[in-house]
Design a protein around this ligand. Sequence first.
Ligand code: FE2
Ligand code: FE2
Length: 476
Amino acid sequence: MSTVANNDKIPNNVDLASDKKLQRALEAWQPKFIEWWKEMGPEGFQADDVYLRTAVSVDSDGWAQYDFVKMPDYRWGIFLADRVQDRKIGFGDYMGQDAWQEIPGEFRNVLRRLVVTQGDTEPASVEQQRLLGQTCPSMYDLRNLFQVNVEEGRHLWAMVYLLQSYFGRDGREEAEALLERRSGNPDKPRILGAFNEPCAHWLSFFCFTYFTDRDGKYQLLALAESGFDPLARTTRFMLTEEAHHMFVGETGLGRVIERTLALMKQNGNEDARAEGGIDLPLIQKYINFWYSVSLDLFGGEISSNAANYFASSLKGRAKEEKYEDHVVLTGTMGIDVPVVEGGLLKELKREDVPLRNAMNEILRDEYIADSQRGLDKWNKQIEKAGFSFRLSLPSRRFHRAGGIYAGLHFDPAGNALDKESWEAKRYQWVPSPDDETWVKSLMSKPIYDPKGMANWIAAPARGIKGQPVDFEYVKH
Ligand SMILES: [Fe+2]
Ligand SMILES: [Fe+2]
């Protein structure tokens, strides 16, 4: 078991005190991080006491502590899952070798790119969500938002620790740049598309935490297999926190649907909007949007980068141990590749893609199956309430901005459309500017009374860490 230094300036279990140079570098970065947090973190709540969990160790039965804390005073620490004795690399060309404690020189640039890309998503999501507190549906939800935010901040710390410890001067520069890019800013955008999309209200927030944080889960699972041991250990511990973010999304959407169904029943018809609820077809549009932009995060369907990551034993598949072949020099995956003529889709042609080049698609498949679980659950809720509407995930070809389907148009069932039909119909499938305005109007007033709950969402089944639902989670 690692020793935890929780009284140091930067709480950690990596014996930071023994590496003065690294400690100084991180302590120099810390005030810049706090400055970023105050500028780009939750707006209007920095002086409030919030009931938050803080990671204090990596001990599986007591890794976190719950208490009131002002967010800028949150103890963002560096925690790596304990080292596995004699860990061997579990996949790729270096399979069976001792896991690397230092970065092999030839992989330095690739690895830096992986760490920076992951790291960039963490502050990006905090920026996307910074105004949501001002329209919160309850104190319980407000607290959950802030919990997600501070933990994304800690995930940034996790990646910055790797950059500062293993990448020298380049790493220090990247760590600075992570605080300089801004979500949605055309001059200095965040690296990945979904992390530049506005997350302007709570329906988007719940979809984001359900779909986009789940992409995070799969990226972390793939990196948790890495032959570079510090990356594997860091991401393994990040997954512990990530689970709560998806819980917020899953239960949040479940509660919105529960409330909608109650209003539909009360009305005796399907018009939840008339009673100030969010109708199911509109929820479907937000699912379509956030799911499709999250699918893009997995990268191209046929990817030599992905093949390289796998070959170099840097990024594996989620839960590599469940596969039989970890070297994957044989085998193919069928992928429907668009054949385009004169800018128009002629046909989809099934191609057998060597598995290493299909690694993104393999990870995306796992993600899709995992995403479907929530929908199955919500559909049972809807069925039980006696309504025939069903939620579904659109085709993986729908509304894509990256990969082989980008630039083409498909309906949610995956049928090809020409540009005109797409333009004419797109707002039947993804939220229109009017939909955005309408949802925002529904959420124009925050609920700061601990006993209150917005009309468009049901109360949660239970509170946080044994506290009642109407506990004053944020002292605002
Ligand atoms: Fe994260
Ligand atoms: Fe997350």
